[in-house]
Design a binder for this molecule. Structure first.
Ligand code: NCD
Length: 337
């Protein structure tokens, strides 16, 4: 695909070669993300960071990625403080706000809303999550992390075994990650969820049609065995009609040190898009695994900055110009990475 000026709305727009391009550019961002070098490749550019749903990592890491490339960030963080509450359409909001920035990242609770916004936008738009539908930049950073983690053990994405656990019906991260894996070969998916929260049937059908093996189960102990990666998710309570309904499922599938040691392969990578629900009644990923070397959750968040820098650099056409404006860091940076 041609990244220049492209919207990033769905993982379905990528070919495998495109993913390789993003990962290669992301690798090159490491010295900048780790504050060993600075660059001004996007000096003067403005990011409109528009988040109409709660977010910590996605919003801040997109902003941070843009800053690290030398650009400025404008935040719109609450639907209540924007004109959308006065009845303004997404079309009008897009026409107006895209005149104020060079690229927009948008998160919105409604499925398809970011694509609707992008259709009216004058500048490229990246989907930071549209309801329970998709979260393409998260899928890219998850796959980038999986690739790196597997590589350190001489394993690769083709042929891997991955378990996805939790709220698979509402989780946009697992929807995007599994659909991105359609580009790879011979993967075994073990989908562990309550029957009511299973992965949408269309996605399961697509995975099978692409030649992958899919096992759907409610038996966590059996499902955890024989995986390269276990990807846990939070019960997406904001997608349920009532909190009480979400409570039924909270805490049903948990991973902790004892369960990991008993059922997982010793080199199984532990992932979670975060936030993990650390309330006692949930704890889908227990704090007692915090020091475990296979816990990749904070490597995922660090990798997110690299991948988001790569997306901006490719979309705005500066991927080959990062070094031209690069220089030394003038402040103390030891011991952070
Ligand atoms: C996820 C999301 O918003 O879909 N968070 C994230 O972006 N890392 C997962 C979640 O909220 O559970």
């Amino acid at each position: 695909m041609d990244f220049h000026g492209a919207h990033i709305l769905s993982v379905k727009q990528f070919e495998r070669a495109d993913v390789d391009v993003v990962f290669r550019v992301a690798d090159g961002m490491e010295p900048y993300a780790q504050r060993k070098r600075i660059t001004k490749a996007l000096d003067g550019a403005i990011l409109g960071n528009m988040f109409f749903e709660p977010s910590t990592r996605t919003r801040v890491s997109f902003g941070c990625a843009f800053n690290l490339l030398g650009g400025h960030v404008r935040e719109t963080t609450d639907i209540k403080t924007s004109s959308l509450t006065k009845g303004e359409s997404l079309y009008d909001t897009a026409r107006v706000t895209s005149g104020y920035s060079d690229v927009v990242v948008m998160r919105h609770p409604k499925v398809g809303s970011v694509a609707e916004f992008a259709a009216a936008s004058r500048v490229p738009v990246i989907n930071g999550g549209d309801g329970s539908n998709e979260h393409p930049s998260q899928a890219l950073l998850d796959l980038y992390t999986i690739k790196k983690e597997l590589k350190s053990n001489d394993r690769e994405i083709d042929g891997m075994h991955i378990a996805m656990v939790g709220d698979l019906v509402h989780g946009r991260t697992v929807h995007s990650l599994s659909q991105l894996l359609l580009l790879y070969n011979n993967i075994t998916f073990t989908l562990i969820s309550p029957a009511e929260l299973r992965m949408p049937a269309e996605i399961v059908a697509e995975l099978k049609a692409a030649g992958h093996r899919v096992v759907e189960t409610e038996d966590m102990e059996a499902g955890l065995q024989d995986n390269d990666t276990v990807y846990l998710t939070r019960i997406q309570e904001e997608r349920f009609t009532t909190k009480l309904e979400a409570d039924i499922y909270r805490g049903r599938f948990r991973l902790n040190q004892a369960i990991y040691t008993r059922y997982c392969q010793p080199n199984t990578i532990i992932m979670h898009p975060l936030p993990r629900d650390s309330r006692k009644e949930a704890s889908e990923l227990d704090n007692d695994l915090n020091q475990h070397p296979n816990l990749a959750i904070f490597r995922q968040t660090d990798n997110g900055v690299l991948v988001r820098m790569a997306l901006f650099a490719l979309i705005l056409g500066v991927a080959d110009k990062i070094e031209q404006s690069a220089g030394e860091v003038g402040w103390y940076t030891e011991g952070r990475f």
